[in-house]
Structure formats: C-alpha cells, structure tokens
Design a protein around this ligand. Structure first.
Ligand code: AR6
Length: 172
C-alpha cells in the first residue's frame, strides 16, 4: 500500500479515494472541524443515515454512503480525547486499523484520512503521526492500494506525517 500525506481539503479529493474517513464524535450527528465540512459537502441525507447508526464508540468505525461527494463511502470513526482517554495511543491506533479493515471488507482500493484527534480533541501532532504511521505501515491490506493522509492548510503537519511514514516503512 502506498502511504502518503498530501495537502488537501478531504471533501475535495473526489474519485482518487473510494472512501474518506470522518473524525466524528460519539453521536455521529455532526460537529465542527472536518466533521462539519464533510456533512456540509455530503448534504443532509448523510445526517439521516447517521441517525440510524446509534452512535459510535471511540476507536470503532462505521460506514455510510457518501451522497453528494464523489467517493463510494464515508467511514466514520471517533478518535480519543487526548486528555480524557486513559489510553489515547491505543484508541487512536484502533481508529486507523478499524477504518482500514472496514474499507478492505468493502473491497475498496483507496482511502483518505484526516488527521484524527489533532484538532478539537487535542492530540499533539508528532505523537499522533507516530501512532498513525505505526498502525498503517504495519497493516497488511487485502484490497487497499493507496492511503492518503489529507492535511488541511498545514505544511508542517504534512511533513511530520510523511517523515513518520518514511521511518515506519523502513521497519516493515
Ligand atoms: N479536510 C482535511 N482536514 C481538515 C478539514 C478538511 N476539510 N477540516 C479540518 N481538518 P477536528 P478531532 C483538520 O477538530 O480533533 C468535531 O467537532 C483539522 O485541521 O476536525 O478528531 C467532531 O464532531 C485537524 O488537523 O477533529 C468531534 O466532536 C484535523 O482535521 C471533534 O471535532 C482534525 O480536527 C473531533 O475532533
């Protein structure tokens, strides 16, 4: 699987990604940040489908259709709140792995993630990139061929993720 961080609004990645991941909260009923942007771009039908999912626990993943977005699916996950979760690295790692597993079960070949938990949920970017790279570079895909980390307007964060991916790709 080719793993890279790119500078991109995740709602604009289009057909390059079969699925985009949403950094949601336990209600799955929308919020600010990337969650708000995805709901705005996908349209109100997304909220209707999310209402039927009865929420999502931190570290878990649930898929919906992508509606007005040019992707096949949106995979919703809930990251750890850095200061409140007793084991934030474990929860963040499960977010990445459960989303990848679900995408593989759906037969998808490409997936785009936002930087889960590093906004409103307060996860320090260097630590989050390390957890992400360890999980993703150690994952053995079935169908997935491309992993995009979409970084919104932040060249430094993009570099942090790409150097973490390089370090972990050498180990695996
Ligand atoms: N494309 C890519 N990345 C983005 C976009 C975008 N369009 N918009 C923001 N980001 P956050 P969290 C980046 O706060 O920390 C919500 O209210 C942003 O710059 O969206 O997991 C939910 O409902 C940051 O680097 O997610 C939850 O309540 C990253 O996405 C809570 O926030 C994640 O920031 C989840 O917090």
């Amino acid at each position: 699987m080719i793993v890279e961080a790119i500078e991109m609004d995740i709602t604009k990645i289009g057909e390059k990604a079969d699925a985009i991941v949403n950094a949601a909260n336990e209600t799955l009923l929308g919020g600010g940040g990337v969650d708000g942007a995805i709901h705005r771009a996908a349209g109100p039908e997304l909220l209707e489908e999310c209402r039927k999912l009865s929420g999502c626990k931190p570290g878990e993943a649930k898929a919906t259709k992508a509606y007005r977005l040019n992707n096949k699916y949106i995979i919703h996950t809930v990251g750890p709140r850095y200061r409140l979760d007793p084991t934030p690295a474990e929860t963040l790692s499960r977010c990445y792995l459960n989303c990848l597993k679900l995408a593989d079960e759906l037969g998808l070949e490409s997936i785009a993630f936002p930087s889960i938990s590093t906004g409103a949920f307060g996860y320090p970017i260097e630590e989050a990139a390390e957890v992400c790279a360890k999980a993703v570079c150690g994952y053995k895909p079935k169908n997935l061929k491309r992993f995009y980390m979409c970084i919104f307007n932040d060249d430094k964060a993009k570099k942090i993720y790409n150097s973490a991916f390089k370090r972990h790709e050498k180990k695996t």
